[in-house]
Design a protein around this ligand. Structure first.
Ligand code: UDP
Length: 378
């Protein structure tokens, strides 16, 4: 073995694939019984509809290197992500665009009129000087829209004082003064034509890659463990950074998700892939309806059944799958302490959403793995 990769999500598999292509013998260990981390998807047993088990994953990027790289393993459909949001039993397009604004205010504002209105409703807040989620959100869409579409959704999603959340979280979403309601603004977008798992399996399908499932790096009763291998072989670690150091600098806070999956005996539940629920009287944040991610499969998917999944968010315990770094000021201090500890670890490279405690999208994880490979490991 020339390289051990801990974790088989997009970061780990990209490193493994590049290393294998360069002639290195790579072992990938994965604690779960399947590869792919939270991007893993599977056919629902009753309907055959592809379900993203850990929540909807939508691929998009403006990075030409990443786009070229991912196309080696899969082609993409022409799916374009659009989201709607159900506020007080009225459905609006998300992200906030001129359609949302005009529907909310029952008006017919022009782009310039809408800009002037939102600026007035943003009051003292300005996008350039906003210090946190709340200030940035109000600066971007004004107080009434913030309160309708962001305040309570964010309270459910993060359960954290919005003054302690980064403004970067809200600026993931564009605000548009036209009727374009695409969720993402990237150059390339689509879903893997034969599913995420087929794509992930092709990345791992190389004679130099050995994937071992159900293997926990911290379990010293099996040979591929931290104690036995650190310093013996180069390691790329993509698990939670605080876990690696046995929480020596305290626990970083993570959000995890719970999903309630349901098969319904109707052809179409909500007419769209994702409906957000931004109000407090509904406990979940959104409902996914998976058949709508692949309209091109309509002849193979049943027309009298559909699979939906309600998404609930909560703080992760140590035994839960971490999904989102909360990244409060206290977390950022903890992260700096962990970065100091990392310097003492010989030939251990931390990567991915969990290993760097960064809110990375799939294309960002792949891009940063390519950079780590080219700059450090190759
Ligand atoms: N958000 C919101 N209302 C929405 C959608 C998003 O308040 O209808 C906020 C929320 O805080 C969320 C953040 O914007 O965590 C980023 O949204 P995104 O859809 O990018 O989150 P993800 O899909 O990664 O969970």
């Amino acid at each position: 073995m020339d390289l051990l990769v801990v974790g088989s999500g997009f970061f780990g598999l990209t490193i493994a694939e590049r290393a294998a292509d360069a002639g290195r013998k790579v072992t990938v260990i994965e604690r779960r019984p399947h590869i792919g981390g939270n991007a893993y998807s599977e056919a629902d047993p009753e309907t055959g509809i592809e379900v993203h088990r850990y929540g909807a994953h939508l691929f998009h990027t403006s990075n030409a290197t990443v786009w070229e790289y991912v196309n080696r393993f899969t082609t993409f459909t022409n799916y374009v992500h659009k989201v709607y949001t159900n506020h007080e039993s009225v459905v609006y397009p998300m992200p906030v665009n001129l359609g949302t604004i005009n529907q909310f205010f029952q008006a017919a504002y022009s782009p310039d009129e809408a800009r002037a209105l939102i600026k007035e409703q943003a009051g003292e807040y300005d996008v350039k000087t906003a210090q946190n989620f709340e200030e940035k959100g109000i600066a971007l869409v004004g107080r009434p829209l913030f309160e309708a579409f962001f305040r309570d959704y964010t309270a459910k999603q993060w359960q954290t004082d919005p003054h302690k959340l980064s403004g970067d979280i809200v600026s993931r979403l564009p605000v548009r003064y036209n009727y374009d309601n695409r969720y993402f603004s990237d150059t390339w977008e689509g879903l893997p034509i034969d599913g995420y798992t087929a794509w992930l399996e092709r990345m791992a399908d190389h004679p130099n890659i050995d994937v071992k499932l159900d293997v926990d790096f911290f379990d010293e009763s099996q040979p591929l463990n931290r104690k036995a291998l650190v310093g013996q072989v180069p390691i790329v670690y993509t698990g939670p950074v605080d876990r690696y150091f046995d929480y020596a600098e305290g626990e970083l806070s993570w959000r995890t998700l719970d999903f309630e999956r349901e098969v319904l005996n109707i052809g179409d539940f909500q007419g769209t892939p994702v409906m957000n629920y931004p109000d407090m009287d509904v406990p979940f944040t959104r409902i996914h309806e998976f058949k709508h991610f692949h309209p091109e499969r309509k002849d193979v998917y049943p027309d009298d059944k559909t699979v939906i999944m309600r998404e609930f968010s909560r703080f992760a315990e140590k035994t839960d799958e971490p999904y989102y770094p909360v990244n409060t000021p206290a977390d950022r201090e903890g992260l700096l302490a962990y970065r100091e500890l990392q310097k003492g670890e010989k030939d251990v490279h931390f990567g991915g959403r969990l290993g760097t405690y960064q809110y990375l999208d799939m294309h960002m994880a792949i891009g940063s793995a390519l950079t780590m490979w080219n700059n450090t490991l190759a």
